[in-house]
Design a protein around this ligand. Structure first.
Ligand SMILES: O=P(O)(O)OC[C@H]1O[C@H](OP(=O)(O)OP(=O)(O)O)[C@H](O)[C@@H]1O
Length: 184
């Protein structure tokens, strides 16, 4: 199961971002290319394992967009993209995002109070992006029925679980100077 994802992760090159061993992968970076069979494998797994009794799919710019778009096309459920750009629309919700190597602002539009949503993203590492997303959705009055990240590294998923959130991930990996190892 998930053979294409596993194989491509084991081949992923490492790029040092300060002290952070950043793996470069089609799902997380769109590099070198995003093959349809890989996306199909990932989205098929999300459909099989995610709670899709929802009104909207929510993802985060940038590398959640291809996953969210494919899932939306497969399920006919609308997609909301949390952007890194302010639009100033009425009701726009801004939250701060901190990852293992960057800081920024995220802006949520398009989710209404009472909307049932799933959050999908490519990877969780420190959990900073997911926690910011969940804070924005709470402020919007949405009901988050599931959180699903394709790849888990570090302690971010455990951080969300400690804060009471359910999160599903497809593969857990670790990355160091020598490359990516699949833990389970
Ligand atoms: O658990 P965290 O430490 O928050 O890391 C996970 C986040 O890091 C990346 O986003 P980022 O904004 O760095 O890059 P992107 O624009 O390429 O998605 C990735 O897409 C996740 O959203």
């Amino acid at each position: 199961m998930l053979e294409r994802l596993k194989r491509s992760l084991l081949e992923a090159p490492i790029y040092k971002r300060g002290d952070y061993n950043y793996f470069i992968h089609p799902i997380t970076d769109g590099v070198p290319e995003v093959r349809p069979d890989l996306i199909r494998e990932v989205v098929t797994h999300i459909i099989r394992t995610g709670n899709l009794d929802i009104d909207k799919i929510v993802t985060i710019e940038a590398m959640g967009i291809h996953i969210g778009t494919a899932l939306s096309l497969f399920t006919d459920i609308p997609l909301v993209i949390i952007r890194k750009r302010k639009y100033g629309l009425p009701g726009e919700i801004a939250v701060s995002q901190v990852t293992g190597y960057s800081k920024g602002e995220l802006y949520l539009n398009g989710v209404s109070s009472g909307d049932r949503v799933i959050v999908v993203d490519d990877v969780i590492s420190t959990g900073g992006t997911a926690l910011a997303t969940l804070a924005a959705l709470k402020a919007a009055g949405a009901e988050v029925v599931d959180v699903l990240c394709v790849i888990e590294r570090g302690k971010g998923a455990d951080r969300l679980r400690r804060e009471g959130y359910q999160i599903k991930t497809m593969l857990r990996v670790e990355a160091d100077d020598s490359g990516v190892r699949i833990l389970d």
